[in-house]
Design a protein around this ligand. Structure first.
Ligand SMILES: *Cc1c(COP(=O)(O)O)cnc(C)c1O
Length: 383
């Protein structure tokens, strides 16, 4: 990374002055605390005692034998408290917020997963919590709204614009500008203006810190490839982080074919940072549709945009139908129901395993569990 959060031409911070000022303070505080051993230790403590880390790197023996190629290992983010990787980042940012003296957390959420992780973390740290959510999304995700309320959060339906995620982001940013002295904006993926992509990567890097140690213990060598699904890019950047300097390890990001940001996107500034983005004819961020709600975002983290254009990582697409197939297959042969998002990564890992030899090792980041998707899959299969 070069100065002010640029990854090659991507990243940076393109913001009005009032917001730029708030994020400059955040940047400075984050840089201070990431070097503070007390802070690092407190983060590790909660990852262990509350999230349940370290989670296993499970050898998927049945799947490997069925596919007949490279050995497939699953990094089990699905076993974290609340069922996905998002809690790693929520805990990290709340600890930072506390040190910065904030008493109130705000966040945006689309399908509700980041809202639930944030509300959970606010609950244990006794922070007031306000979640902005598009009005349309609150109606479609009524159960997640109730979950957040159970956890003590206030959910604010945003009626402006199209009543979707983008409008919720705008409302949260307006709140931040007005209340920055008491309020911390907890962003959910490795996107947004500097320092968010760098900060989210830092908190999610625990995934590859663990998996690297675990694979060396189990196999005595580094993996041939690490495969992760990329929505905004936070689980993928966390799964890649400790391998980026290991040139022999292939890094493979999987996108939904219905929102192929890295495969088909062009450089553009959206939501205050530059990344590869899907644009419509008017040059506006294009509405996307993936069967996995967590993958519905027209942009992608700036570091992935750079890893793609520099050639360090590869990005491929998987269709919703393929993900649906491997959602069922993994459940059946390994006893693990994956999130629909994670099923995209499994689908590609299986294709890759067939091309590789039995000496090769693939790590798939299983970003979350599929309990949240069971009703939706039932509806899709029975309609
Ligand atoms: C939110 C989510 C994703 C996508 O977000 P990233 O920031 O790209 O990781 C992937 N998998 C699961 C289970 C999610 O909840």
């Amino acid at each position: 990374m070069s100065e002010k959060g640029f990854f090659g031409e991507f990243g940076g911070s393109f913001l009005p002055d009032d917001l730029a000022k708030v994020l400059a303070i955040l940047d400075e505080q984050f840089e201070t605390y990431r070097k503070d051993p007390d802070f690092v230790e407190e983060f590790s403590y909660y990852l262990k005692e509350f999230v349940g880390r370290e989670n296993p790197l499970t050898y998927a023996k049945n799947l490997t034998e069925q596919v007949g190629g490279a050995k497939i290992y699953l990094k089990r983010e699905d076993l974290n408290h609340t069922g996905a990787h998002k809690i790693n980042n929520a805990i990290g940012q709340i600890l930072l917020a506390k040190r910065m003296g904030a008493t109130r957390i705000i966040a945006e959420t689309g399908a509700g997963q980041h809202g639930v992780a944030t509300a959970t973390a606010c609950s244990i740290f006794g922070m007031e919590c306000t979640i902005y959510m598009g009005k349309l999304d609150t109606e479609r995700q009524a159960l997640n709204v109730f979950r957040m309320e159970l956890l003590g959060a206030k959910v604010v339906p945003v009626d402006s614009g199209q009543g979707r995620l983008k409008d919720a982001v705008d409302a949260a940013l307006a709140d931040l500008v007005e209340n920055y002295e008491t309020t911390f904006y907890l962003l959910g993926s490795a996107v947004g203006p500097h320092p968010f992509p760098t900060m989210v990567k830092y908190f999610q890097s625990v995934i590859s810190e663990e998996s690297k140690r675990q694979i060396l213990e189990k196999e005595g060598k580094l993996p041939t490839a690490v495969v992760a699904v990329a929505g905004g890019g936070s689980n993928a950047i966390g799964a890649f982080a400790h391998y980026i300097d290991e040139e022999s390890v292939r890094l493979i990001g999987v996108e939904p074919a219905e929102a192929p940001t890295l495969t088909e996107g062009v450089p553009a500034v959206i939501h205050g940072f530059k990344c590869l983005t899907l644009l419509d004819e008017q040059g506006q961020p294009k509405p996307t549709f993936s069967i996995a709600a967590g993958l519905d975002y027209p942009g992608i983290g700036p570091e992935h945009s750079y890893l793609k254009t520099s050639g360090r990582a590869e990005y491929v697409t998987v269709t919703g139908d393929e993900a649906l197939e491997w959602f069922q297959q993994l459940s059946k042969v390994e006893g693990i129901i994956p999130a629909l998002e994670s099923a995209h990564a499994v689908a590609h890992a299986v294709k890759l395993a067939k091309e590789l030899s039995k000496e090769d090792v693939i790590i798939v980041n299983l970003s979350g569990r599929g309990d949240k998707d069971v009703q939706q899959v039932y509806n899709m299969l029975h309609k």
